[in-house]
Write a protein that binds this ligand. Structure first.
Ligand SMILES: NC(=O)c1ccc[n+]([C@@H]2O[C@H](COP(=O)([O-])OP(=O)(O)OC[C@H]3O[C@@H](n4cnc5c(N)ncnc54)[C@H](OP(=O)(O)O)[C@@H]3O)[C@@H](O)[C@H]2O)c1
Length: 431
């Protein structure tokens, strides 16, 4: 068989939740996929840590623990990296690209950290780099950013990109449970890992938001300036107060351009109006809105994780790179040609909800309103609740610079009439 016509060779690195689903679908749909590619393909080997584990849907003769040797096998044209982490995976992906092999990966941490450098490596070695599954699992989101929106100017990307935290917040909202109970339930059902830190601290969402920002705004993002707040301090009281005002609490990832063309990337729990489409995104589903100058607002919704849904995105990427190999072309692109500044969250324009326990005495509301006015923050809605020891004032603000809102809350904490700041949360999605 001529070199041109030999089957496209795949090194499948990783056979865990996602890798085993990829192996299964590549095997079951082999003939159909080969027709779509226009050439036969085969799995040359499957790299794992533990060779002795029994694995469904994978021919045992393909299994190896020598992942480096597999990725460098002359019969391999495409490396599908599904081992995760940023140590071995970083070396394997870089080496594959340097050898001119195309790479498909689902590794959000690696792409967030090294995406720009890896794209440059791919371009200089005539290889492809695709990672649709690294953000929002099965949802086609990165390809639309890289291709469909390439003629437009994106101003904001906002959404729910972490299923674990969305499951926990949905459970707290629907069943009135505490954070700890909801987390334990998520772990029992397999939605949260034994060590859920990356999810609940917002780090997973921040990695995805960084990748979204880079592709949306065509610029590298300074990860040190990305603001990350998880859901560990969200209380049943916050959820109940949100509900009373017609809102739900969601962990949102936001990447936006300021009017000065600076990038702000932020992840934090937010109040979302109950009537907003994001409010009805439940359990482990993801949804993302893209705002573009010409297109307006576009929404993407679907399964953000799970072996089989994630495998759909990976196989889509594989077919794309395999077609490019057949046609002798590559999907080259410069992803970060602009050199925009990344600003901290203080430069973003946001709205706040503030819940205060206050002294039950005349003039309290005026003193509080004065603190807002001094910092140029205008109050949109104010509600007074309770009396005596339980006198409370709940406010929502109009849009203002986040740093001014932050300074307002700091000043409220020192106001003698404010006994305690019970809750502060940003509000998104009000139209
Ligand atoms: N799970 C999801 O829903 C999901 C969704 C989107 C993206 N992702 C991403 O997809 C990737 C894989 O996730 P996963 O959930 O499938 O992980 P997983 O179930 O933990 O599987 C990891 C696989 O990689 C192998 N492996 C790990 N380190 C290795 C090393 N140093 N050398 C060789 N093999 C190694 C493991 O081998 P053994 O089997 O021998 O342990 C296992 O087969 C990650 O980057 C993850 O962030 C996952």
């Amino acid at each position: 068989m001529s070199e041109e016509m030999r089957p496209i060779g795949i090194a499948l690195l990783g056979a865990g939740v996602v890798g085993s689903a990829v192996a299964k679908l590549l095997t079951e749909h082999h003939d159909e996929l080969a027709d779509r590619i226009g050439r036969d393909f085969r799995i040359v080997g499957v790299g794992v840590r533990d060779k002795t584990k029994s694995r469904e849907h994978i021919d045992p003769s393909l299994i190896t623990s020598d992942v480096q040797a597999l990725a460098a096998d002359p019969a391999v044209d495409v490396v599908i990296e599904l081992i995760g982490g940023t140590d071995d995976a970083a070396v394997l992906v870089a080496d594959a690209l340097k050898s001119g092999r195309s790479v498909v990966t689902a590794n959000k941490a690696l792409i967030a950290r090294e995406g720009t450098a890896l794209h440059a490596l791919a371009a200089s070695h005539d290889a492809d780099l695709y990672y649709e599954a690294a953000v929002a699992g099965a949802i086609p989101l990165l390809r639309p950013l890289r291709e469909s929106f390439i003629g437009d100017r994106i101003t904001k990307v906002l959404g729910i990109v972490n299923g674990t935290t969305n499951f926990i917040l949905s459970s707290m909202t629907e069943h009135g449970t505490t954070y700890d109970t909801a987390l334990a339930q998520a772990q029992a059902l397999g939605y949260a890992e034994a060590d859920p830190s990356a999810d609940v601290l917002g780090l997973d969402s921040a990695a995805k938001a960084t990748t979204l920002a880079r592709l949306a705004f065509h610029s590298e993002v300074d990860s040190a300036k990305v603001s990350v707040q998880g859901i560990t301090s969200v209380t049943a009281g916050d959820i109940a107060a949100a509900k009373a005002m017609g809102f739900v609490v969601k962990l949102l990832a936001v990447a936006e351009l300021t009017p000065q063309d600076e990038i702000v990337v932020r992840v934090h729990p937010s109040l979302v109006p109950a009537s907003h489409p994001l409010a009805s995104v439940h359990d482990a589903f993801n949804a993302v809105f893209i705002n573009a100058e010409a297109a307006g607002e576009v929404m993407f919704y679907g399964r953000g994780a799970g072996g089989t849904p994630t495998a759909s995105a990976i196989i889509g990427d594989f077919v794309t790179v395999a077609r490019n190999i057949v046609q002798g072309s590559r999907g080259h692109e410069v992803v970060a040609y602009r050199h925009l500044q990344t600003q901290t969250i203080g430069a973003a324009r946001t709205r706040y909800y503030v819940n205060l326990q206050v002294a039950d005495q005349p003039g309290v509301l005026a003193s509080i309103a004065n603190v807002f006015a001094q910092r140029g923050v205008s109050i949109q809605v104010v509600r007074q609740d309770g009396a005596g020891e339980d006198a409370r004032i709940v406010l929502r603000t109009h849009e203002a610079l986040d740093r001014d809102l932050d300074a307002t809350v700091a000043a409220l904490r020192t106001l003698p009439q404010v006994r305690e700041v019970l809750g502060v949360m940003r509000v998104e999605g009000e139209r």
